[in-house]
Design a protein around this ligand. Structure first.
Ligand code: GDP
Length: 451
């Protein structure tokens, strides 16, 4: 997601890099490029207009006179404006003072509501909450069963109106408003501190659907109404969001299917157009493909400044905290990054199961995207064999690995000298990247890191 927007913006900035200072004509040309990149990525016209006007004005103003070079100044301004349209500060889920916190999910059919119910339940459960899922989507034949399945995978109970669903609770009626109300009452009486109500969607916006959702809303008075939007639906996203805002109202947005390769700009417009914050991003079909949405991190991902914090958080989730912390402080210090560390990182990334996604979050990787598409996870096994065939001295100081050592290592690891050369090149590139990151250059958010 956002790959081509990201490429376009970074190449625009690259053109500025050689300039000593920016003339008004330079700024106008840059702003034009940015406008085109945003429009081509499907960002809503009204958002693009406000965005580019603000970038232009700030770029021309006196604020551009500090220590940064012109390209850095423009990147900084664009970054801040992007964070702005994505909603500014990270907004946490609001929990009720008097439990249960009632969360209602709304959105079109296929937006990813049911999947989100499971993801949210798992996320909340891992934070010590005791969510109950309520199956008030009685429109789609399979919805209730599907909610039963995600509830089981998330390890939480479900309040469902049909027999045959894995549920401790059964409801006797097919009226979604009744089911929603009873579900919330059940959560209260059985001391669940959060209750997540899944509602029906339609293929398009329709009055009956809006009425049903509004009736459910009135019956359960949610603390959070979350509008789920498929990031792949393009320009329709804005109109759909507006229709739900008018018809049902919502307090937050979840962008789903951010793993897709659609242009994604419409998703970028939703927060700005509706004035509602994006709470989470859904990035795959697995229940763990789910992130708290941080506008600043998303902006730096789009501007290809990497997203080391998200990388570290995911590492923490996948591994024990010590390991993750060691990795974080390596990233932060940029010192003593050795072949062993490189290997450990590769193994961790492999275990995380989603190599491409992970590497895409590392700074500077935007240009390597094509190479990543061809990344073979078996490669990690080869890297391991090669590193294991090196002596400790070689691992510490790869510079000493001359031609005859390369041949020995290749033989020992059952690879070729070309493989060994390739690994050493990649390691050197990674080491350089770590060193750059440690200088703090384009790494927003680093101060919060452990280590
Ligand atoms: P609902 O009709 O709104 O309840 O949508 P579902 O939760 O049933 O999702 C519709 C389809 O999209 C299902 O096949 C899901 O597996 C899939 N899906 C949901 N979220 C994501 C996501 O973040 N990424 C991808 N790739 N697929 C998703």
């Amino acid at each position: 997601m956002f790959a081509s927007l990201s490429d376009r913006l970074t190449s625009t900035f690259k053109n500025l890099r050689t300039k000593g200072r920016l003339s008004e004509a330079d700024i106008d040309a840059t702003v034009r490029e940015i406008r085109r990149a945003l429009l081509d990525a499907d960002v809503a016209v009204s958002v693009v207009r406000a965005f580019t006007a603000s970038v232009r004005e700030r770029a021309l103003s006196a604020e551009v006179s500090g220590a940064l070079n012109p390209a850095q100044q423009v990147v900084k301004i664009v970054n801040e404006e992007l964070v702005g349209i994505l909603g500014g500060a990270t907004r946490q889920l609001r929990l009720a003072k008097n439990p249960p916190t009632v969360i209602m999910l709304a959105g079109l059919q296929g937006a990813g509501k049911t999947t989100l119910a499971g993801k949210l339940a798992l996320h909340l459960r891992s934070q010590g909450h005791t969510p109950l899922l309520v199956a008030a989507d009685l429109q789609r034949p399979n919805a209730v069963t599907q909610l039963g399945v995600v509830a089981e995978r998330a390890g939480v109970p479900v309040f469902a109106p049909h027999p045959g669903v894995a549920s401790e609770y059964e409801a006797p009626t097919g009226d979604p408003v009744w089911v929603a109300r009873e579900g919330v009452a059940t959560a209260r009486s059985r001391h669940h501190d959060v209750v997540i109500v899944d509602t029906a969607g339609r293929l398009g916006v329709d009055a009956e659907l809006m009425q049903q959702a509004a009736d459910i809303r009135d019956a359960i008075e949610p603390d959070e109404t979350i509008f789920v939007i498929d990031a792949m639906i393009g320009q329709d996203a804005v109109a759909t969001a507006q229709a739900f805002l008018d018809g049902v109202g919502f307090s937050g947005v979840v962008l789903s299917k951010l793993d897709g390769d659609a242009r994604g700009g419409a998703a970028l417009s939703v927060a700005s157009v509706t004035g509602r914050p994006i709470l989470f991003a859904s990035t795959g079909e697995k229940l763990t493909d789910f992130e708290v949405f941080h506008p600043d991190r998303m902006a730096s991902r789009i501007l290809d400044m990497g997203d080391v914090l998200t990388l570290i958080e995911q590492a923490e989730r996948a591994f024990d905290a010590d390991q993750a912390e060691a990795m974080a402080s390596k990233l932060a210090s940029g010192e003593g990054f050795t072949l062993e560390d490189f290997l450990v990182q590769m193994q961790q990334l492999k275990q995380m199961g989603s190599m491409k996604k992970m590497l895409g979050m590392l700074p500077g990787m935007g240009q390597m995207r094509e190479a990543l598409e061809n990344f073979d996870e078996r490669e990690v096994d080869r890297i391991e064999a090669i590193v294991r065939s090196m002596t400790p001295a070689e691992r510490r100081t790869p510079k000493i690995i001359n031609g005859s050592r390369r041949a020995r290592i290749a033989k020992g690891s059952g690879t070729t000298t070309t493989d060994v050369n390739g690994l050493l090149e990649r390691f050197t590139a990674a080491q350089k990247m770590m060193a750059q990151m440690s200088k703090g250059g384009g790494m927003p958010g680093m101060p919060g890191m452990p280590g």
